[in-house]
Structure formats: structure tokens, C-alpha cells
Design a binder for this molecule. Structure first.
Ligand SMILES: C[S@@+](CC[C@H](N)C(=O)[O-])C[C@H]1O[C@@H](n2cnc3c(N)ncnc32)[C@H](O)[C@@H]1O
Length: 266
């Protein structure tokens, strides 16, 4: 299925942060419910170790916090220490909702951080959940190259898979939005009105999810981008799987010279 880079509301510069939060708060609630990235925690922890014994995580395109509410304690348990996580975003207006219920190891960077030009001062393993599809192949490869140039391991994970079956499944998105909305925090009358009276949230989320499926990179494309970005300096793991009914596509890479044994790598 051919990749198409169509318009997404969520990344439009004119979107007020209150409307952007309709998408990111929904996404965080869905991710907290399914915990779709947890099966890859051993590989994520392995990549983190390549960043150094005391290294933390710099999360890019953090939006409403993504999976960190449940992933942070799980990663701490696996790493045997408290792993500091810095949430960053180009539009860091959602700090309050992103940190709600998160552990104190998770902090928010209040200044905008563009995932395409991460300041060298932000050291640690980079993670990018549900954001890589926002970027064209050239820019996405640049994000990987940026991490490679800084010698940082990078984890890219999407609650998506580009396939006809997953495109068809998007038809159920409005039903999911209507069903999940009462559990989305922070509670907001505006969110309820924009979901059950005027269906703005279901429509925006439906469209953005549809376009995200069409934009999602396949494991083969991801691995190729990694190789273009790093030559043979990095070892890359790319795959797609289904967990609790949800599709996940991922790319995880770290410097090859420090790579140990661990699964099929590209
Ligand atoms: C779909 S949300 C993903 C949020 C979160 N990671 C999650 O898993 O729920 C994508 C986020 O990427 C941010 N974003 C878009 N372009 C960006 C860029 N160039 N640099 C950093 N963040 C960006 C948006 O502001 C939005 O919060």
C-alpha cells in the first residue's frame, strides 16, 4: 500500500492547543488502556543501556505524555533504577495534562523542542511515540541522523500499521472516541460538548487516524531510513506486531560498536 502524506489537523500551526489536546488526551487514554508498547520494553531497556549506565530518556513529540504514565514505572523496574524522562514537544502547551498521574521521574520541558533539531544539550536515549509519521521521509531520516550524530539510541514506535485492514479498522474510531471520552482526563465540559453535542472530536480524531495510517512507515522503510542515516554504525530492529488487538510498528536503533546479542537486527 503506497504511503500518502495528507493533511493532519493535529499538526496544523493554526490549531488552538485546546483542540490539539482533544487528539493527544484521547491518544494517551487509549495507550494507557492498551499499553501497546510494553511488549518491546526489554529491547527499549537494552537500547537505554547503550546510552550509559545512568542515562535518561528524551521523549520527542510528547503531546499529552503518550505512554509514559505506565511505561516509566515499568522501565524503572526493568532497569533497576529510576530512569529520568524528559517530555518535549514543539508546542509544549499540554504540560499539565501530560504530567497528571505520572511519576516524579517524568518532567516536562517548557521550552519548545523541535524533533528535527534536538539541542545537543539534551542527552540520553531519544524516544518518539506516535509522532514519526508526521515527518516526510527526508525529514524523518534527518531525525534519525541527528540521533546518530549525537551517538544516541533512538526508539520510534507507532500505534499504527499501514495496511488495508488497519485502514478499514479506522472506521470504528468515532465509536472508540464516544466510548472512551468519559474516562479522558483532565475532565472538561468542552470536550464532552465537542464529542456528544457537536462531533468535532470524533471527526478530527477519525481524520487524523486515517491519515496517520496512510503516513505510517513500514518496517522495511524504517530500516532503510536507519541505514541511510547511520550507514553500518548502528544496529536497527524494525517490525510490526499486534497487541490486545492494536497494531504497532517500531524501529529501535543504537550504536553498533556497543551492540550485544539480541534478536534479528538489520
Ligand atoms: C500524535 S501526537 C503524539 C503525542 C504522544 N507522543 C503520544 O504518543 O500520545 C504528535 C505530537 O507531535 C508534536 N509535533 C508535531 N511536529 C513536531 C516537531 N517538528 N517537533 C516536535 N513535536 C512535534 C505535536 O505537537 C503533537 O503533540
Amino acid at each position: 500500500m503506497k504511503r500518502r502524506h495528507l493533511f493532519e489537523f493535529n499538526e496544523a500551526v493554526w490549531m488552538p492547543s485546546s483542540l490539539r489536546a482533544l487528539v493527544t488526551d484521547y491518544l494517551r487514554t487509549l495507550i494507557d488502556l492498551i499499553e501497546p508498547f510494553s511488549p518491546q520494553l526489554p529491547l527499549i531497556a537494552q537500547a537505554l543501556r547503550r546510552a550509559g549506565e545512568a542515562a535518561g530518556v528524551v521523549d520527542l513529540c510528547s503531546g499529552g505524555g503518550g505512554p509514559w504514565r505506565h511505561l516509566s514505572p515499568q522501565l524503572n523496574r526493568l532497569a533497576g533504577r529510576v530512569v529520568p524522562v524528559l517530555l518535549t514537544d514543539k508546542y509544549p502547551g499540554q504540560a499539565a495534562s501530560a504530567l497528571r498521574g505520572a511519576s516524579s521521574a517524568v518532567v516536562w520541558c517548557l521550552t519548545p523542542v523541535d524533533a528535527t533539531a534536538v539541542p545537543g544539550s539534551l542527552q540520553g536515549m531519544r524516544t518518539l511515540f506516535d509522532g514519526f509519521h508526521h515527518f516526510t521521509p527526508t525529514v524523518a531520516t534527518g531525525i534519525l541522523r541527528n540521533a546518530v550524530d549525537d551517538g544516541a539510541p533512538i526508539v520510534v514506535m507507532e500505534l499504527l500499521r499501514r495496511s488495508y485492514a488497519d485502514l478499514l479498522a479506522v472506521l470504528f474510531t468515532p465509536v472508540l472516541v464516544w466510548g472512551l471520552t468519559p474516562w479522558i482526563r483532565p475532565f472538561s465540559w468542552t470536550r464532552l460538548a465537542l464529542t456528544y453535542v457537536l462531533p468535532v472530536a470524533p471527526l478530527i480524531i477519525f481524520w487524523d487516524t486515517l491519515v496517520s495510517v496512510l503516513r505510517c512507515y513500514t518496517p522495511t522503510e524504517l530500516r532503510r531510513m536507519g541505514q541511510v542515516a547511520a550507514g553500518n554504525r548502528y544496529v536497527w530492529f524494525a517490525d510490526t506486531y499486534r497487541y490486545r488487538g492494536a497494531p504497532v510498528t517500531f524501529l529501535i536503533g543504537y550504536p553498533r560498536d556497543s551492540a550485544g546479542a539480541g534478536g534479528a537486527a538489520g
